[in-house]
Design a protein around this ligand. Sequence first.
Ligand SMILES: [Fe+2]
Ligand SMILES: [Fe+2]
Length: 304
Amino acid sequence: MGAAVQDLPSASSGAAGAARHPIVPRVDLDFGLDGDIPRYWLGGDPFKTRLFDAMSCLFPEGEKYFITCVRDYRDRITDPVLNQEVKDFMRQEGQHGMVHTQFNNRLKAQGVDVERIENQMTRILARLRSILPRTFTLAQTAAAEHMTAIMAHSFFHRRELLEDADPRIRAMYAWHAVEEIEHKAVAFDVLTKVAKASYFTRVIMMLYVSMIFPLHTFLIMRHMFKVDGFSWRQRAGMWLKGLWWLYKPGGLYLPVLPHYAAYFMPGYHPWKAGKMHSYERWVEVFGQTNDPIAAGNALHAAGA
Ligand SMILES: [Fe+2]
Ligand SMILES: [Fe+2]
């Protein structure tokens, strides 16, 4: 996400000046997820593979929750454009949940207790909705959408990250990334224009999501490494090496810090930060071929 800062449009362009993408829900995509995909589909590396797999376990319940939290405000939206965007956002997130469920069935077959993970998620999210005002759960959704947009950029910005990935899984993440970019401002717009949430609400829920998202991901990875049968010593080594890979200078996370931190600026809007250069390439190839794997390959080859 080093590109995020240099791609910030001038302040005068504002949110309206940034290039918004149309939100296009795409259905019935076939990623070949029932094929002979290797267990460690990301270059044979258990840590990197399980990082993505753990996030996949969070997506179906998480995205259902995002839809619910945005839907809370649907009746109060008077702007027809935003109303349509909300509809398209919900359709996209619904599709993401379905495809990740398909993928997660592969994880189930490997012995990962996806059901327990999802039940825990459901309980935690229901608890949050029972104790927090709706503005806060919407702010939580907007914060999570910021995180997914950052991931969409960072996973494809540096080609080497997914260079050795199985093209089918990489294509699934490429499609998800493209649609996350398309709808990245929807929850934020409902939060600021309809719910009229305060800066405090927006920021406090971002801090919450920033802690809870990596924590849950790492806990699921811990479970997966046990299922995979790695010894205590092997697991300790994998965590040390993997966390260094994630957090070292120039690693996966530090270069995205400016994009992440932009959310804390009072005048922030999602379309002001980050541009996915290869977005158009995905859309072009998908338009020509209707093949999400070819489009995923093209996105990867172009680099974000
Ligand atoms: Fe999504
Ligand atoms: Fe999303």
